[in-house]
Design a protein around this ligand. Structure first.
Ligand code: SF4
Length: 401
């Protein structure tokens, strides 16, 4: 998934519509504006030059729908994303966060996360983040000579210096953050340079999204690149992480280990709920107009054959749970479940994955009712293989001793 969000992907059985009393919704992706102040060439967002902003009425309707819904779990994270969220001014968020705080039932604590390109961070934003205890993820692809190839302004200037200034201000204000780096063709031979850059800058939590053909990104820089080269990149990252002996968290490998080890704990009952991307209302996405969808967040608002616009209604007109009964929702549900079933029967990794990401299946394979993708190869299979091989070696060494 080319969004810069962290979405878990573990499930055991295909999803079904929520039964009465079940609470599934733990992740809400809100788009305050489609606008982004920069213009990365691998971005999937088609409307990132549009400066629309979510109105107070739409936000109020959205928040009301979320908290009055039977779907909501007792722990819900709001991700502000899908455009550059910090292009919307602080007073807008002051009102939005206060609205959410006041509307949330007493037993639900909202958590706020921004996924940002970092270029607009200043001292006032840092004060705001600290005051609301907001989480931050920055999009930084590594050192300047890699980052600035793809992450440029509309005039073609690099953005690395501004993003790193934002990172420095965050650190000086005491706010921790993680980093998402997009792996492009230019990254592949630079695993050490990227890892060294993160270490030198005190960035110890990061993850990798591969450059994907998705949405407005019509061509990935990785097209035609040998899988051996991409796998070598991940292998080197894993070697470097291991050498740091626990100091560094890399999302893909930590997630793989978590998936493998969790099969050995009493958390087994929770498996069914762990792949939010294939679970109806595992993720709720709401755009600036109030239109909403579920499954992979990046699908919202795109026109997808045969479904038309990928939206299941507007918070101004439709209750979230009523959308489940619509023909479009049922058609999407059927197709996504068919894809999960194919994964279950075709893939040895299914128990550790749960059926992948519908957006990647659609864009890579032409439909939801499909299975393997390039995305799942590098986000799921390669990390699991590396971690499993390492565990086997460790266990073999331990047994020999
Ligand atoms: S084919 Fe890919 S998406 Fe499907 S279960 Fe296997 S790893 Fe997951």
């Amino acid at each position: 998934m080319a969004t810069d969000m962290e979405v878990n992907q573990v499930t055991e059985t295909p999803p079904a519509p929520p039964a009465e009393g079940e609470s599934w919704l733990r992740l809400v992706v809100l788009q305050p504006s489609p606008f982004c102040n920069i213009n990365c060439d691998y971005c999937y967002l088609p409307d990132r030059a549009q400066t629309h902003r979510m109105s107070p009425e739409t936000l109020q309707r959205a928040v009301g729908e979320i908290f009055s819904s039977d779907l909501i779990a007792n722990e819900v994270t709001f991700v502000w994303h899908a455009g550059e969220p910090l292009a919307v001014p602080i007073p807008w968020y002051e009102e939005a966060f206060a609205l959410i705080r006041d509307a949330a039932p007493a037993d639900i604590k909202p958590v706020h996360t921004f996924q940002s390109n970092g270029t607009l961070i200043n001292e006032r934003w840092c004060e705001f983040f600290n005051r609301w205890d907001a989480h931050l993820g920055l999009s930084i692809d590594g050192p300047e000579f890699i980052h600035d190839i793809h992450r440029q302004t509309r005039k073609g200037s690099g953005t690395h210096a501004q993003a790193m200034r934002g990172a420095r201000l965050l650190r000086e204000s005491g706010r921790d953050f993680h980093v998402i780096a997009v792996v492009t063709e230019q990254s592949l031979d630079q695993a050490d340079a990227i890892f060294d850059f993160f270490m030198e800058n005190g960035i110890f939590r990061f993850g990798f999204n591969i450059d994907e053909t998705e949405g407005a990104n019509a061509a990935s820089s990785l097209e035609g690149v040998s899988s051996d080269r991409i796998e070598a990149f991940f292998r080197r990252m894993f070697e470097r992480q291991k050498a740091e002996r626990g100091r560094v968290c890399i999302r893909e490998f930590d997630s793989a280990l978590h998936r493998i080890m969790r099969g050995r704990t009493d958390e087994t009952e929770r498996f069914v709920y762990e792949n939010e991307q294939v679970r109806p209302f595992g993720i709720l996405s709401i755009d600036w107009r109030g239109n909403f969808s579920t499954y992979s967040p990046e699908l919202l608002g795109l026109t997808l054959d045969p479904y038309g616009e990928f939206s299941f209604g507007s918070v101004h007109e439709t209750h979230l749970s009523d959308a489940i009964q619509t023909p479009k929702f049922q058609q999407v549900l059927t197709d996504i479940q068919a894809g999960v079933e194919r994964c279950r029967t075709e893939c040895a990794y299914f128990d550790l994955c749960g059926g992948g990401a519908p957006a990647n299946k659609y864009f890579e394979n032409g439909g939801f009712a499909t299975s393997a993708t390039q995305y799942c190869r590098y986000a799921v299979k390669v990390p699991i293989n590396l971690v499993l091989q390492d565990l086997e070696i460790s266990l073999g060494t331990a047994a020999a001793n």
